[in-house]
Ligand binder design. Structure first.
Ligand code: SF4
Length: 346
């Protein structure tokens, strides 16, 4: 699939440079929703572009709205009939956060995650990642009853973003260029692919976005049991990488979070809290985000609220910086870990 920017560069090769910039910026205007609205181009150009380049790389298959009207989930289809999901959630500031997918399915097979059961089909293109944002931009423009501002994008949908490094990077750069979101409004969630985490330490063109590393256990065996992509030395490698990250990016200390999904009897005991405290002390001052598990029809259940409170208190008493994530959209299977698209019959 040729990238939209390459097709446009080819088509506009004999046009003034500003024309291409106008069109690229226009993809992020909510009042331009097809080539027909691109008023800076002549009618002939609009007709030509309509036949050569789809305005959107994705189209809507289904749209679900939570009972509280604060979470929406869309199933979207790519040009080659692959289905992905994306979620729009109202954040604590009253604006919108978008959760985007970076792959069709996922190869990481985390045992608590619905997407992990799908297997991996293919990476999304940068356009397909960007168009999840554009889909919600147009959606909000048609819903005057809702707040209009999209303030954050989190790469926590289907897929492992760092396994699609270059396309994810291109999409981040597009958001930074064409929207009012700064790097701290963009978050990449990763299982912790160490080679790619190392790569971004020296990649000058990797933007200073937030990183949320899925830790889920500070015990090597437990982590490997629930995350098959893990390995015995992972926690040592992650601690070493974290040290390098803080050394290189002292000012980005608050940009790094470790995520911890609470699974009853699996990683929420007092012994697990002790191991997590020891890990947090080893890597320095980091933020741990506790996530209540959302049902994905797996063998797990969410920790009892008493277990969660005890676990959290133990961390707080040990002066570990800990927060707890709100659960949203569970009634439309849009909460963390619940994204799955059933394979279509052939
Ligand atoms: S949690 Fe993320 S990395 Fe793990 S299987 Fe699900 S989508 Fe993939």
């Amino acid at each position: 699939m040729e990238a939209r920017s390459l097709i446009l560069s080819r088509l506009f090769s004999d046009q003034p440079a500003f024309r291409l910039r106008q069109v690229e910026a226009g993809f992020f205007r909510s009042d331009w929703y097809s080539w027909d609205q691109v008023s800076v181009l002549s009618k002939d150009w609009r007709v030509k572009l309509s036949s050569e380049l789809p305005w959107m790389s994705l189209h809507q298959i289904a749209l679900l709205e939570s009972a509280k009207h604060d979470t929406f989930k869309a199933i979207l289809e790519t040009g080659d009939n692959k289905r992905i999901e994306t979620v729009l959630m109202q954040n604590a500031r009253g604006f919108w956060s978008i959760c985007v997918s970076s792959q069709v399915g996922c190869a990481m097979a985390c045992t608590f995650c619905a997407t992990g059961k799908m297997g991996f089909t293919r990476n999304l293109t940068a356009d397909e990642i960007i168009d999840q944002y554009r889909f919600w931009m147009y959606f909000l423009a048609g819903r005057h009853d809702l707040e209009q501002r999209i303030s954050n994008v989190v790469y926590m949908g289907m897929g492992e973003p760092l396994a699609n490094y270059e396309k994810v990077k291109a999409s981040l750069r597009a958001f930074l260029t064409h929207t009012d979101m700064g790097p701290t409004r963009l978050t990449i969630s990763t299982v912790g692919l160490i080679p790619m985490l190392r790569k971004l330490l020296t990649d000058e063109s990797w933007p200073s976005v937030r990183l949320a590393v899925s830790l889920h256990s500070a015990d090597a065996k437990t982590r490997t049991d629930i995350m098959p992509s893990s390995y015995p030395r992972f926690l040592d490698d992650l601690a070493e990488w974290t040290g390098e990250y803080f050394q290189k990016f002292e000012s980005r200390r608050r940009h790094l979070t470790f995520e911890y999904v609470m699974l009853a009897g699996v990683n929420d005991t007092s012994a697990h809290a002790e191991k997590l405290i020891a890990f947090a002390r080893k890597v320095g001052k980091v933020k741990i985000n506790l996530i209540p598990y959302n049902d994905t029809k797996s063998k797990y259940s969410t920790s009892e609220s008493s277990a969660l409170i005890t676990f959290e208190k133990k961390l707080l008493d040990a002066r570990v910086d800990v927060t707890r994530r709100r659960t949203m959209g569970a009634d439309i299977a849009a909460a963390c870990g619940q994204l799955i698209v059933e394979k279509k019959a052939a």
